[in-house]
Design a protein around this ligand. Structure first.
Ligand code: AMP
Ligand code: TRP
Length: 329
């Protein structure tokens, strides 16, 4: 039995990196796996959130999943805080996690900055909750962008440690890092990841941007004066050019090599126009569908309730098994 679990945080705007690095792949996996796609609101509160904005963002992320092509008849759409087994299992797993493992997590180091001592426990123990998310479903595969690979590897280590102590319970999950755009970079700085938290809105294309905004952001995207090269090797020292070509390849469902075959020698001013047209043709239908779905929150809530019922049945079963092994009454 092959089972997928993955999730996104309902914080800020979903962007092109979320779409190409994760969502687009999730849609493709639906026919071959049993899929659980989660809105990870418990993870979101590891940084300050406004309660109303969080509630709205949770529905918006669910709408983005559906608008991108997640079929709620095939896959389960769930909200993390509706399944108590996630947090309960996280506590139990925590008893098998040495601090040294958490100290290695680059995402914590990046988010905590220099003043790690002032950070809250939730941000530090975040990867243990992520492990519980995955293991509560006995997921075999976890599709994520490159930045989450380390957390999935930690999940594997936790599963192995737990199985060694208590006997085989968890399958060891594999990260699935798919497609060309596993790490979409900022449009302003090719060495920085495109992220929800970048203060410049020009650094990212949001899934709620209209066509004019997408056009403008791509036109203003940083590049260098050289035209498109003939080989991918020549892009190694040109991160901004590499990023735009990778985005194009991913949106067009092709490879960087194929894009270079047809566009080598072209100036970026021309290429950006093509890229903007392509981005608009792929993203605007999703944006429009998201807006329609957001107009009916009761319908979204019903879908999430259905997902939670299925997920609760499954995760409570795992939790019972874990509790029996650990020795709880
Ligand atoms: P987050 O926005 O951190 O909740 O991430 C949700 C999913 O999107 C995860 O699978 C991430 O790996 C993926 N993701 C986030 N930012 C990027 C990016 N810039 N490029 C590729 N994937 C990304
Ligand atoms: N930490 C992930 C991120 O920020 C989100 C996440 C939480 C997740 N739990 C997960 C992803 C379980 C995959 C599986 O992107």
């Amino acid at each position: 039995m092959k089972r997928i679990f993955s999730g996104m945080q309902p914080t800020g705007n979903l962007h092109l990196g979320n779409y190409l690095g994760a969502l687009k792949n999730w849609v493709k996996l639906q026919d071959d796996y049993e899929c659980f796609y989660c809105v990870v609101d418990l993870h979101a509160i590891t940084l300050p959130q406004d309660p109303e904005a969080l509630r709205r963002a949770s529905r918006e992320v669910a709408c983005a999943y559906i608008a991108s092509g997640i079929d709620t008849n095939k896959s389960s759409l769930i909200v993390q805080s509706m399944m108590p087994a996630h947090t309960e299992l996280a506590w139990i797993l925590g008893s098998k996690v040495p601090l040294g493992w958490l100290n290695r997590m680059t995402q914590f180091k990046d988010k905590a900055g220099k003043d790690a001592g002032k950070q809250l426990l939730g941000l530090y123990s975040y990867p243990v909750l992520m492990a519980a998310d995955i293991l509560a479903y006995k997921a075999t595969h976890v599709p994520v962008g490159e930045d989450q690979k380390q957390h999935v590897e930690l999940t594997r280590d936790i599963a192995i440690a737990f199985n060694n102590t208590y006997g085989e319970i968890f399958p060891i999950p594999e990260p699935l890092i798919m497609g060309e755009a596993t790490r979409v970079m900022s449009l302003r700085d090719g060495k920085k990841k495109m992220s929800k938290s970048d203060e410049s809105d020009y650094s990212r294309i949001n899934m709620t941007d209209d066509a004019d905004t997408i056009m403008l952001k791509i036109r203003k995207a940083k590049t260098d004066p050289e035209p498109l090269p003939e080989t991918a090797k020549e892009l190694e020292s040109r991160p901004e050019a590499d990023n735009l070509i990778t985005i194009y390849a991913s949106l067009a469902d092709t490879t960087v090599a194929e894009v270079l075959k047809s566009h080598a020698g072209e100036q970026f001013s021309t290429f950006k126009k093509d890229l903007a047209d392509l981005a608009i043709s792929k993203l605007i239908p999703i944006t429009n569908r998201m807006r329609e779905l957001m107009a009916d929150p009761a319908e979204i809530d019903a879908i999430l309730k259905k997902g939670a019922d299925k997920a609760n049945a499954l995760t409570q079963k795992t939790l019972r098994e874990v509790k029996d092994r650990v020795g709880f009454l």
